[in-house]
Design a binder for this molecule. Sequence first.
Ligand code: FE
Ligand code: CA
Length: 512
Amino acid sequence: MITRRSFLAAGLGCAVLAPHGLRAQPRFTRYPFALGVASGYPQSDGVVLWTRLAPEPLAGGGMPDAPVPVAWEIAADDQFRRIVGRGSETAVPAFAHSVHVSVNGLDPSRHYWYRFRAGDATSPVGRTRTAPRTGDPAPRLRFALASCQQYEQGYYAAYRHLAADDPDLVVHVGDYIYESSWGRTHVRAHGAGEPETLVEYRNRHALYKTDDDLRAAHAAAPWIVTWDDHEVQNDYANDRSQRLDPAAAFLARRAAAYQAYYEHMPLPAWARPAGPNMQLHAQLGYGALANFLITDGRQYRSHQVCPRPGRGGSNTVRDADCPQRREPALSFFGSAQERWLEAGLAQSTARWNIVAQPTFMAQADRGGGATPEYWTDGWDGYPKARERLLRFVGERRVRNAVMLGGDVHMTAIADLKPDFDDPGSPVVASEFCGTSITSQGPSQKRTETIASRNPHVKFINGNRRGYLLFDVTDHQCRARIRAISDATDPQATVRDLSAYVVEAGRPGPQRG
Ligand code: FE
Ligand code: CA
């Protein structure tokens, strides 16, 4: 670990400590805020502010093995003339000198600007926005949905356009980093193999955050986040790796990956991991208009059934070869989170109930011949758990349920029904699965097969990268499919490929 070269604290090495045992006023020879700033989890009176001190971001951070004070301030204007809060947090080596500040005492439904200071260095300015007060009418909510940003396969031009669209909130549903190198076209390199240790996962997160457009999107709006598999390892489920590593060894790797994720996201302190466990599921109100339920589809799920011989992870199976797939005991969220989600949906009084989850929910028969075939890493590997959730939504008359997803690198907009094989099964919810920011999509043949065999899928496109942009009012939830021209072009342009609307009280997306 580099200390003297990049980080010259006054009296470093001479045990000159500030009154509270902190290093006094460090002087940095390289900018310590290279990973930018972020905010998240907006409430009506507060928000989480994030940064990490990392003067050598790609080499473990470059900080000394000592706690360092980080001052923060938040203002009602971008010139910081009206400061409404300030304080100091201690950035500790055990959490890679990241800070997660929970600011309180803010006003609802307004923008704020924030920045940090450590020693003689000042961070970039971030802008955030508080939520409306619980139960208060909110005239509109604009949020963006992003996922799947394999760094080697493209630039993050999508994020530049996303920030320019000025969302009140960004929802990220996973594959924020990729542990592995794959895909046809690479425009830049990870420059390292698969991370397994804490330092290696930290370096991977830091590499992704060296992208200017990603940092700008974090600095433009508050985010809420969940992960998918690649934050740890492709296709992992609970304690099982796709390579069937011994569970204890895999859980040590998972602990490292989860901790690095926490250290690099604007998560509240309640998410701080303990060993291999980290709570990510959360409920976030947005006035009377919306209730966000953020779910975790990886940590508690049942192992995928019918894997390939000698492997964990996904497979594509036919019913005759894998009757276990329909076993009711299989759970996607784990039973405790299933109950939590049902309670959150049943008790909500919000106009829109928006569930952020990591993958595609609707049934997606992808068989090439007469027999249906299903991919077991998504909800098609857990059809009875999906049926339980969607029956609950229908029977309890959950108001305006909208499921957000990612993972499959295609835009897919669908009706959600308890039984997709029964034409009489009612539409109870609407699904919007966003395409990837950069990650390579499925073949045209694959999306055409899914479109032709699954009549509940209203729109599907796998060859355009980008994000979804939602405008939500009391009357409708409208999603624009924001497609960029070319993910390998840092100057890529954006346009609307199409738009779909859900009218309040009428589940199912319609063209509009
Ligand atoms: Fe992905
Ligand atoms: Ca995935």
